[in-house]
Design a protein around this ligand. Structure first.
Ligand code: UDP
Length: 248
């Protein structure tokens, strides 16, 4: 299936159910395939960061993390079926794994966060096996990789923030013993209960970014790029329409 291009990043046109089924399929092959979940900020960063762009292009699945990406795809005239937020995707995968006694390894965030997330996940998803935890502030890859490989999880959550997590997965996929991994940003902070997600009503309106900015004003420097992203999608969408009009 060819990907839908949103300002230079290809996205898989999947619903949540489709993404979870595909994930379980990848997991079965145990080839350490990797999933990326870019938001508009990551799409914009990839324009200037060749390493990030190639890590995204090399991913086995690319999911639209937020409403910004699905809105841009629609403006470009190539709509995506659905947004598939990384954290919801991870929860759905863990729920399916729990039902069969599968395992997850939590990698990233500040020391202690992955352990707190592990406790919450064990309480919420009866049957899930926590294969291990590692924080995201390490010097060398080798000891982390060794620990992950000894645990051999079904699912590896790589929560190092972007572009570190995408680059890490692309560079190390060949060395890892796991079913599937996914780059999931600040998900462990949310699962640990340290960061709160926006209430459902805000999320439905596509305003999770605004809620998070109000809660954490230091994110302002990041969301400021959002209007630029929307403007670029609108401009490119209009150009595409003109071209099609001329040709048709
Ligand atoms: N992080 C990490 N190692 C680093 C830098 C960041 O583990 O070297 C973690 C950080 O502690 C946080 C996550 O990566 O848990 C990034 O969170 P952020 O909210 O920036 O990500 P988002 O969900 O917005 O992509």
């Amino acid at each position: 299936m060819s990907r839908i291009d949103v300002l230079g990043v290809g996205f898989d046109d999947l619903t949540m159910d489709g993404a979870v089924e595909a994930a379980l399929g990848f997991m079965a092959s145990r080839a350490a395939r990797y999933v990326c979940t870019p938001n508009p900020e990551i799409v914009m960063a990839a324009k200037k960061d060749g390493g990030l762009a190639s890590a995204l292009a090399g991913a086995d699945m690319v999911l639209a993390d937020g409403v910004g990406v699905t809105k841009a795809a629609a403006m470009l005239g190539t709509p995506l079926k659905s947004r598939v937020p990384g954290i919801d995707f991870a929860a759905a995968v863990i729920s399916r794994l729990a039902a069969r006694g599968g395992s997850v390894y939590l990698f990233g965030a500040k020391p202690g966060v992955a352990e707190a997330a592990a406790e919450k996940l064990s309480a919420q998803y009866q049957g899930i096996v926590i294969a291990g935890t590692s924080d995201g502030y390490f010097k060398d890859d080798a000891p982390v990789i060794e620990k992950i490989n000894a645990a051999g999880p079904d699912f590896l959550m790589v929560c190092l923030g972007s572009p570190k997590q995408e680059r890490w997965m692309a560079a190390n996929a060949g060395k890892l013993n796991c079913g599937l991994m996914a780059g999931l940003g600040g998900s462990l902070d949310v699962l640990a209960g340290n960061v709160q997600r926006a209430p459902e009503a805000w999320r439905r309106l596509g305003l999770e970014w605004l809620y998070r900015t109000i809660k954490e004003p230091k994110r302002l420097g990041r969301v400021i790029k959002l209007p630029l992203f929307v403007a670029e999608a609108a401009a490119q969408g209009a150009k595409g329409k003109r071209k099609n009009g001329q040709e048709g």
